[in-house]
Design a protein around this ligand. Sequence first.
Ligand code: SF4
Ligand code: SF4
Ligand code: SF4
Length: 419
Amino acid sequence: MSTDDDSLYTSPDDEERHRRLLDETEYDTELGLEMARDAQRVSAGELSEVEFYRRYHERIVEEFDIDDREIDLPDPDEAEGSGEGFLDDLGSVLADVDPETDESRRSVMQKGAAVAGGLAVGGWGTVQNAAGQDGGGGADAPGDDEEGTRWGMTINLNNCDGCLACMVACDQEHNLSRGAHWMYVFAYEDEGQADENFLPRTCQHCTDSPCTKVCPVGARHTRTEDGLVLTDYDICIGCRYCEVSCPYGVNYFQWGEPDVPESEIDEDTQYDDRGRWVGNRPPEGVMGKCTFCVDRQDGAMGEDLVGTTACEEACAMDAIHFGDLNDPESAPNRHLREYREAQPNDTSEFPDRKEHTVSTFELLAERGTEPNVTFVGNEPSPHAEQVEGPVTYEEMGLVDDRKEVLDDGATATQGGESA
Ligand code: SF4
Ligand code: SF4
Ligand code: SF4
């Protein structure tokens, strides 16, 4: 089992490690590294989606015989100028597309048509600011002008005691091979914080996800009805571009034969309500990561478990709260609200304070990925160091690939800078 996660976060700037990782595949390493960097620039608003598409289209078709990347075009009304420039841009992208690659052309045209018709392809809300104040969207502004479901989490770090029960539950429910942990709990020390701190980390199911932008075959995609970021195991070719583009290090490549054979897995937990193979553990040669228990959300495990996850169910400390961020009464929104209301606004000590100071954050919010996970508690600083927690991975029967790194005194870094 191979992971891309020897620090709290990863970054395409971490080039050597990513280069080694991509060299292990049969696909173009330079293309993967360049696209990962630029996909993050798109999320950060430094490069347009159209330019990103155009920049790599030819090389992708040359390497993969297809270009079926998920392209999230802006609303033409909001695009630069009156929208005509945007449509011209889109037209020139389509003109550049080789008519032989029908699939690619169709993919862009469908998405372009949806946008030109005024429908946002993505756009499940906006990021909450790091101070936890109303940023116009995210978990603290549920339901704004949004419709449908947007699955997400609030994780309260103040409640977490590092018991690792969530990791075990996730591993077991999804039949993950040893060493793959879709839920990973970091124990760390940090200046100005308590002696022991824990950060449970899943895929952030980013609204503006770099991983979907780089997938040449369209395997990594966003499910439009609820914002889940999933991998279609039937389509994934194992190029690992998604892995190096993700700033959070949450992808696990299934190198060999999975520990749990296909015959032992209930088919209902594997195929989603669109009939796509996105659930449970991946097969050999395919990328896996947290799915926010897509099978539960589709009712495959019973209606009672819709709106729940295995990690949330296993947590006895009330740290994990999963639900529909568009529903003001969902568990993550309720928990955030209750947490904020419980904070005294101590104006005797802070006479100028107008707002409650509440510490909530999204991981690497400044990268523009718009995570759908909000944390309550203190954000790890760039100086946070991963340490052994009160419960070891071994005690829980878990294999931890990070152990080697931990022994080297790896740093849990902000923004992916290695120790
Ligand atoms: S956290 Fe998940 S959705 Fe976000 S970039 Fe990484 S793999 Fe993609
Ligand atoms: S989902 Fe599969 S095919 Fe797509 S980028 Fe990731 S490894 Fe490559
Ligand atoms: S189960 Fe809950 S308390 Fe235990 S490590 Fe996971 S989040 Fe923390």
